[in-house]
Design a protein around this ligand. Structure first.
Ligand SMILES: [Zn+2]
Length: 268
């Protein structure tokens, strides 16, 4: 009886906690689970990002590195403008943007919370040019702007560590917490399966990514061509990026249908 009461109490407590921990996606108004504060998320992100850069080789190709930084900076400016125009500038508080290119055969790119971007040199043959790169960077930065990793981290903490806060989880189970973190970005694939973004998060990032790239001066039509190239790239062993970003016909159709809206933001 006591046990039953306790578990009932625990359920109510958990429900109350979840209710309190829901926040709105800044750009779409969708409610999302958020057990983790920006503060916690960013401080962890910045440490993990620096550690990643220490453990990996930065590209020595200055032309490509400069291209990654230039595209990143243009998209950063677009995001800043977009947030300001929508009275949401505080949503970028604490961001410390950084754009780096690492030497790696992997076809991959990601943006950790707070604007910490890495592009893998193996992606560049698929993006082909600055416009293709803007498709991917716009999309990855959109995930960060919409706080998708807070949501995924919260879901993983809830599922694996019983809803501990990030700080508590880091203290109590540092290795598990770090493994979850790595699996969010495909950085430590050896630790287990990657946690892909949900379909909903993917389409939010596609949509926002198109707007950000257009505002940054890149023709959003390039997104259709890029995702078609990605789907042709799917061999026997598809790249990590593709396994978490399935490029099916539905996705490409949806992107096509959003191009006219994005074109309104496009300034050459
Ligand atoms: Zn994505």
């Amino acid at each position: 009886m006591i046990r039953k009461l306790q578990s009932g109490f625990f359920t109510i407590l958990l429900a109350a906690m979840l209710l309190h921990s829901c926040s709105l996606v800044p750009l779409t108004g969708r409610r999302q689970l958020s057990l983790v504060s920006d503060n916690e998320m960013f401080s962890t992100s910045f440490v993990q990002y620096d550690q990643f850069l220490n453990e990996n080789k930065l590209s020595t190709n200055t032309v490509q590195t400069n291209m990654v930084r230039a595209v990143g900076k243009h998209i950063q400016n677009a995001v800043t403008t977009y947030f300001a125009q929508n009275n949401m500038s505080q949503g970028l508080n604490g961001f410390a943007w950084e754009f780096n290119l690492i030497e790696s055969k992997e076809v991959n790119a990601w943006c950790m919370p707070g604007g910490k971007v890495v592009v893998y040199s193996g992606l560049l043959p698929v993006t082909q040019n600055e416009n293709g790169l803007a498709v991917v960077m716009g999309h990855e930065i959109a995930h960060a702007a919409a706080r998708h990793s807070n949501e995924r981290m919260s879901q993983a903490l809830l599922a694996q560590l019983g809803g501990q806060t990030l700080a508590a989880a880091l203290q109590n189970e540092p290795q598990t917490t770090q493994d979850i973190w790595m699996s969010l970005f495909g950085v430590g694939v050896q630790v287990g399966a990657m946690l892909p973004y949900s379909r909903l998060q993917e389409s939010e990032a596609d949509h926002l990514g198109l707007i950000f790239m257009a505002m940054a001066g890149y023709d959003p039509n390039g997104a259709v061509a890029f995702w078609q190239r990605m789907s042709q790239n799917a061999g026997a062993k598809p790249p990590e990026f593709l396994s978490t970003h399935p490029s099916d016909e539905n996705r490409i159709q949806k992107i096509k249908s959003e191009i006219p809206e994005a074109m309104k933001y496009y300034k050459k």
